[in-house]
Design a protein around this ligand. Structure first.
Ligand code: UDP
Length: 334
């Protein structure tokens, strides 16, 4: 791969996509961010618009993608990625994982660009093996509500390997475990944005089930470093990138409430269907072949994230306040 070169990042206005755009710009690359903005947000990348090496294409990757000029790499990150989003957008989720991956691979093939697929720990479903290693095939319910995401990503992995084996395309697959950090959407329904925005507003913090299900949370900068190293490696088979430090969701909720200095109380809501009971990445492969492991501990990562969420929750509250004051000052209609 030419270094630095020119990269396309699909889902470039999303949480992870926007951090990747920044990283590649910082490394000297020309970056094209592409997004249809159904879950992405221009606010995540508006600070990049004045950058001479950044370009934004407002486009749906499930349609034919045209990018003029050479490309050295394509990072395919376009997809709804939170349970709430893919439950609300089931067809788009299936389409972007299948048709969108096919289009992005076709473009990579045409440009002879290296291709990196953003896959997910959801490929392991509700796992029967713990922690999850890359050679575990998973326990996925294809017809449950999460099937639209899980199966789309499993298809995307199969399609990526087909391009690798049949077209000899240089491909990489990252299986991303729960990741958090600035630019997560306040209302995307994921645990961290839900808990943090509820705690900051002094609302009840909603833990699903009894909170005994586990997750392992990775700070976004660590994830980006792992992806950077994977792209520049020679490994075509999937690699887990995530933080192996596992905790229950109830403990995670308590930690967020405490960190926010909030008086919110924790309330329990029904567990969503097929919610995985345990999840922890086995990262020995990433350690071995990428010399990668997470560096940011949970307290540090949460403190950085809190700073961002304070700003967003404060801005949303101020906007609501202005809205209601304006409404109050409207003349009554007779
Ligand atoms: N969760 C929760 N309350 C919320 C949102 C999520 O208890 O308001 C739980 C969810 O049921 C899951 C865990 O937190 O067990 C992580 O959920 P998230 O949506 O962040 O990601 P997932 O790992 O399920 O894809």
């Amino acid at each position: 791969m030419n270094k630095p070169g020119r990269v396309l990042i699909t889902g470039g206005a999303g949480f992870l996509g926007s951090h990747l755009c920044e990283r590649f710009l910082a490394e000297g690359y020309d970056v094209i961010g592409m997004d249809n903005l159904i879950t992405g947000d221009l606010a995540n990348i508006e600070h990049l618009f004045s950058h001479p090496r950044f370009h934004f294409h407002h486009q749906d990757v499930t349609e034919f993608i045209h990018v003029p000029g050479a490309l050295d790499a394509i990072l395919h990150f376009a997809s709804p990625a939170s349970p709430v989003d893919y439950l609300e957008l089931p067809i788009q989720t299936l389409k972007v994982g299948s048709l969108g991956t096919h289009k992005a691979l076709g473009l990579a093939h045409a440009k002879q660009a290296r291709f990196l697929l953003a896959s997910t720990s959801e490929c392991y479903g509700d796992p029967l093996v713990h922690p999850q290693r890359e050679d575990y095939w998973g326990n996925v319910n294809p017809v449950g509500p999460r099937g639209v995401y899980d199966e789309a990503k499993r298809f995307a992995e199969a399609m990526t390997m087909a391009y690798h084996r049949f077209h000899k395309l240089e491909t990489r697959i990252v299986r991303i475990f729960n990741t958090y950090g600035p630019r997560m959407r306040l209302n995307d329904g994921r645990a961290l944005p839900a808990f943090m925005s509820q705690a900051l507003r002094g609302e009840d913090v909603t833990v699903f089930g009894d909170g005994s299900q586990t997750r392992s949370f990775c700070y976004v900068d660590d994830l980006v470093e792992g992806i950077w190293r994977l792209l520049h490696s020679s490994e075509a088979l999937p690699v887990n990138i995530g933080n192996p430090s596992e905790m229950t969701i109830l403990d995670f909720a308590k930690k967020v409430v405490q960190l926010c200095g909030s008086g919110s109380k924790i309330v329990f809501k029904p567990l969503p269907e097929d919610d995985p009971k345990i999840r922890q990445p086995d990262i020995s492969k990433a350690r071995r072949i990428l010399q990668w492991e997470p560096k940011v501990d949970l307290n540090t990562g949460l403190a950085r994230t809190l700073e961002y969420f304070r700003g967003r929750v404060g801005a949303a509250q101020a906007a609501r306040q202005v809205g209601s004051e304006r409404k109050a000052s409207w003349p009554e209609r007779s």
